[in-house]
Write a protein that binds this ligand. Structure first.
Ligand code: AMP
Ligand code: MN
Ligand code: MN
Length: 326
């Protein structure tokens, strides 16, 4: 952490990069760094090589986020690329091309992190990357106001399921409290993320429930969305990111999986576990990564059914093995 703080102090032009398929923690981490470093007089560019899900558009800083094309067009020449909430270079899209060319630092909390930068601070005991961002910004002497506190708080709330998941430990509550004391507004975040659904999402989810299947004596639940289903309901992958945790909330379920054809023949496998199944390890075995209770993988060149046929029997076997051991 000290090295990253030093590198940030020395840098004048900072490119802050988040991951593809960005979530609340990632957008929070990118925008908190952006907002605070800019206030310190640095030139900062927030960057994510993916569309930002529409629910986040009410944050005014979101419009400043550039993708790789926007970065190239801007002519911005960073002296430091700070990467947040990212476990491997394939997760930053085309920004991976810069890794060998500029000084790089990463702040990450993934159990599956693979070192790829000059400086790295990786600690999987943090529930959210935003908690690590908070510590760096405090070290840099950032001044918090309502805006920065709310941006920073968003990451803690989203990655801990609004302080409900097992990663919501005392430290997460304390960090959240600190940010609320500094003006952070939890209700603004919960309204934006939890109570902001389009009717089309419910209709899509209804079809997802129709297609849902249980395996391994109810320990595993899964469903899927094809490109056709997204089109039929006028939805995109932004609309379905919350479905997997809804499936996990079914009584008795240990693992929930959503197979989502986010682009033609590009299937994102989104997985959540409740209490004991280690998804970080399982996700690695199918080419993805993540945390113990939330992990994912992106599989290209296969249909949804082909990916289901590859992943489900493997998961069932692993679950049954673990139950036998327990
Ligand atoms: P998701 O199911 O997409 O919400 O992702 C859950 C967790 O797994 C997040 O922490 C992601 O960073 C991680 N993750 C998702 N997809 C991948 C992937 N293709 N490779 C590595 N990690 C991933
Ligand atoms: Mn993330
Ligand atoms: Mn995260």
């Amino acid at each position: 952490m000290e090295e990253i703080v030093k590198a940030l102090k020395e840098a004048n032009k900072v490119l802050v990069v988040g991951h593809i398929m960005p979530d609340g923690d990632d957008i929070s981490s990118v925008l908190s760094m952006y907002t605070a470093l800019k206030r310190m007089g640095k030139e900062v560019m927030p960057a994510i090589d993916w569309n930002i899900p529409w629910i986040f558009e009410e944050l005014e800083e979101v419009k400043d986020i550039v993708d790789y094309d926007g970065f190239i067009e801007s002519g911005f020449k960073p002296d430091l690329m700070l990467i947040v909430d990212v476990s491997s270079p394939d997760r930053i899209g085309r920004f991976a091309e810069l890794v060998e060319k500029v000084k790089t630092a990463v702040v990450d909390h993934h159990q599956t992190h693979q070192k790829f930068t000059d400086y790295s601070w990786v600690d999987s005991t943090f529930g959210a990357c935003a908690q690590m961002v908070l510590r760096i910004l405090e070290k840099l002497g950032a001044e918090y106001d309502e805006k920065l506190a709310t941006l920073n708080l968003m990451g803690i709330l989203t990655d801990t399921g609004f302080l409900r998941y097992p990663n919501a430990d005392v430290r997460a509550f304390k960090d959240a409290t600190k940010l609320v004391e500094r003006g952070g507004k939890p209700y603004v975040i919960s309204r934006m993320i939890l109570e902001n659904k389009r009717l089309e999402q419910f209709k899509l989810f209804s079809e997802v429930l129709d297609k849902m299947k249980m395996e391994a004596d109810g320990l595993l639940v899964y469903s899927y969305i094809t490109q056709e289903m997204y089109k039929k309901h006028n939805c995109t992958s932004d609309d379905s990111s919350g479905f997997v945790s809804e499936l996990r909330s079914i009584r008795g379920v240990e693992v929930a999986v959503m197979f989502m054809e986010v682009e033609p023949k590009h299937v994102h496998v989104s997985m959540r576990s409740r209490e004991w199944f280690d998804l970080a390890e399982f996700a690695k075995s199918i080419g993805g990564g993540g945390h113990k209770r939330a992990a994912g993988a992106s599989i290209e060149g296969k249909s949804v059914q082909e990916v289901i046929d590859m992943v489900v029997p493997k998961l069932v076997e692993k679950l049954q093995q673990e139950v036998g051991v327990k």
